[in-house]
Write a protein that binds this ligand. Sequence first.
Ligand SMILES: [Cu+2]
Ligand SMILES: [Zn+2]
Length: 235
Amino acid sequence: MYQSFCLIAFLALSPLDIAGDEGNSTEDEQLKDIKQKVNDLWLNLLPPQAFMTGRDRTVYAACELRPSSNLEADELTVTGQVLFKQIYPHGNLESVFLLEGFPTIDSQSGRAIHIHKLGDLSEGCDSTGGHYNPFNVNHPRHPGDFGNFVPVDGKIRKRKGNLQATLFGPYSVLGRSVVVHKQEDDLGKGNNPASLENGNAGKRLGCCVIGISSSNLWEKAVQTLQMEKTSRPFR
Ligand SMILES: [Cu+2]
Ligand SMILES: [Zn+2]
């Protein structure tokens, strides 16, 4: 089913590029219309549509972060949640990061967080592969390059909107992983090949696989953020 749909999509999409310059405007309009319909069909057939219920077209995903299973005993124990929310089909991805286990000292460097390609935790976070890079571009232009997060009081608390990653369509990040690194992301400015691949962010402290969730976790996390903000107005 999936394969045949891909074929239909390919056949329907490919003539547009060929006819684009020379076709008359009616043909162009028709092809544009077909392309739009194929695209909508594509989006409707792919997950997470199967999980959506009711009129609310918002999809939620959760990633329950655990320390990498092959870390040395004296390494930081980072836990928490990375949550996602996106309105189907064209909304921008939002996220909430609630992570604990960092040192409580002031003035520490940021920690890199990324989406990695695989949802395979069989060898701790080391088996999650490299950064998810569907468009074959350099770091930090990967869809899951979330940048650096500076812990405060041992915690990372952050809400981010307008992210490049998506839960929908052929480039969905569902089933892939979130990895929290020990070091700061050099954001591609390290002047070496690794910098353009992974930002030289170092050891993988914790990770998790992104899966569909209910709205409950998101709502609870947003409340936590608000509560902590009001209890610490001067930070
Ligand atoms: Cu990473
Ligand atoms: Zn990257």
